[in-house]
Design a protein around this ligand. Structure first.
Ligand code: S3P
Length: 171
């Protein structure tokens, strides 16, 4: 069983993915970490040094690699993964379930204000401009996210109950 989690930065893909993998006793991979290990560099350095286009190319290659090789896994993706290089179609074809972890704009702003620094796309945005930026960005990305097999509304729910909700949809 291959399960992919998609959603905006800060939507909890990694936290939920790890918990779910624990519950299902299958392995967990974070696509950003796979890229960092493969290229032996941090996402921020890759963005700064080689640029976003290079990052998107590598993201696409590692996504296909991981989904083709592994039999069973939970994969958390980067916030932009579904929006480039036909990646959403690739995930829908190669995985059994794609879940969109949906968080409202105010919910994302609250979470991302606390963890902007290691995220190259938002780290230079003033805190006061973050709601507008996220609103516009999410509007562009939503068309991709909404192609997922399942949409999980995440606002005001704790990780344990979100994992239980996902597990329910797998039975
Ligand atoms: C990105 C999200 C990041 C990472 C990169 C680009 C994006 O992952 O892949 O900084 O385009 O939204 P997280 O969603 O895990 O922060």
């Amino acid at each position: 069983m291959k399960i992919v989690l998609v959603g905006y930065m800060g939507s909890g893909k990694t936290t939920i993915g790890k918990l779910l993998a624990n519950k299902l006793k299958i392995s967990f991979l974070d696509l950003d970490e796979v890229i960092e290990q493969g290229l032996e560099d941090s996402i921020s350095n890759i963005f700064n040094g080689k640029g976003e286009i290079f990052f998107r190319k590598k993201e696409h290659e590692y996504l296909i690699d991981v989904l083709s090789k592994k039999e069973k896994l939970i994969l958390s993706t980067g916030g932009g993964t579904p929006c480039y290089s036909g990646n959403m179609e690739t995930m829908l074809n190669l995985a059994d379930h794609v879940f969109y972890l949906k968080v409202s704009i105010p919910g994302l702003v609250k979470r991302l204000l606390l963890e902007k620094e290691h995220r190259p796309l938002i780290k230079n945005i003033d805190n006061g401009d973050l709601p507008e930026f996220i609103g516009k960005h999410l509007f562009e990305r939503n068309n991709f996210y909404l192609k997922a097999n399942h949409i999980i509304e995440c606002d005001d729910k704790d990780p344990e109950s979100l994992v239980a909700e996902i597990q329910e949809l797998l039975t």
